[in-house]
Design a protein around this ligand. Structure first.
Ligand SMILES: [Zn+2]
Length: 336
């Protein structure tokens, strides 16, 4: 668990003051991208921690903190729509993960509240974002709030409190998380390596986490375009420079890019169609016509192996060099 964002320390102190008079339900509301969920996770970890520090922060070293960090704490439940917990690959699959929090997810809480807590302390449920509960789920939650179980705290994180039932709102103690002042957000973004924080913040409605996300997305888009430019001219490919540049990108993403490129090379050969890089159709046709099918299949196998090992490559640059060298041999060997 990271520390709090710099703009959250005042709210944290306020919360620490409330800590001894815990309500049954707490609502953290505020605009998207200001760190409500992060704050709520810190709060939950701190409440479960066996020896929180002077300022109420979780110690990060007791067994409870270890469980929390590993997402296995028996006294903590995170309820969110499947779409937020499904891995990237599944999101693209045929069966779309749910965008709502279902009534079954809320009903499962009654079992959770009936169990005695593992540590003899609090049990905590975090619902994120609360407006994702469908009508049945919201009604089931209301029942739980009407007959609260001892020692169970329900934390609702919510960007759109107007979408929650008034009867739920009235049973929560509300903490507002607001967007920090411009200079605080700007300074923080600069520390994350963002050079134009003011304009990004303006576009993101002054929410620092949304501004950071936008910056990372546009950086990733540029890196992908640079990658395509290099890879689409294999005869000019500078393996070592490109491998060096690619180190800035997550290895799994680089391998996915290579896999998509290889897929298109194969697909144009077999079916005449391109799936991922339509804008480079001419290059794909040119490159693929000189490639031996068996070599291309071999390259795909190599990428599949690399993908499995890419979670923690010891040296991403070496991995990229070896994959790019294979690609180079695949595409350019006939020139010599
Ligand atoms: Zn701890």
């Amino acid at each position: 668990m990271n520390k709090l964002y710099p703009w959250q320390s005042e709210l944290w102190q306020h919360w620490v003051g409330l800590r001894t008079r815990l309500p049954h339900a707490l609502l953290l509301k505020g605009p998207q991208g200001v760190g409500k969920f992060h704050f709520a996770m810190n709060l939950a970890q701190s409440l479960l921690c066996e020896k929180p520090g002077e300022k109420g922060y979780a110690c990060q070293s007791c067994s409870s903190c270890h469980w929390f960090i590993q997402e296995t704490h028996p006294d903590f439940r995170l309820l969110q729509p499947d779409i937020l917990s499904a891995p990237e690959e599944e999101k693209e699959g045929a069966k779309k993960p749910a965008r709502q929090i279902s009534v079954d997810q809320i009903r499962a809480l009654s079992d959770f509240s009936n169990l005695s807590s593992h540590q003899g302390g609090s049990r905590i449920v975090l619902i994120h974002p609360a407006e994702a509960m469908n009508a049945n789920a919201a009604n089931a939650l209301l029942k739980t709030l009407e007959e609260p179980a001892g020692n169970m705290l329900i934390i609702l994180v919510c960007h759109k409190p107007q979408q929650l039932l008034a009867t739920i709102l009235s049973r929560c103690l509300t903490l507002s998380v607001t967007a920090p002042p411009l200079e605080v957000s700007s300074a923080w973004l600069q520390r994350q390596g963002i050079s134009n924080p003011a304009s990004l913040l303006a576009q993101a409605g002054f929410a620092p986490l949304l501004a950071l996300q936008a910056a990372e997305d546009s950086k990733a888009a540029t890196e992908y375009l640079d990658f395509l430019k290099e890879i689409s001219q294999p005869a000019k490919l500078d393996i070592f420079t490109l491998a060096d540049q690619l180190q800035r990108t997550e290895p799994a993403k680089v391998i996915l890019w290579l896999q998509q490129w290889a897929y298109d090379l194969l697909s144009i050969k077999l079916t005449g169609k391109i799936r991922y890089t339509l804008e480079l159709t001419d290059s794909i046709i040119n490159i693929s016509k000189d490639i031996e099918l068996v070599n291309l299949l071999h390259f795909q196998k190599e990428l599949a192996v690399a993908k499995r090992e890419a979670v923690h490559p010891l040296n991403p640059r070496l991995l990229f060099e070896s994959l790019l060298l294979s690609y180079y041999r695949l595409t350019v060997h006939h020139v010599h």
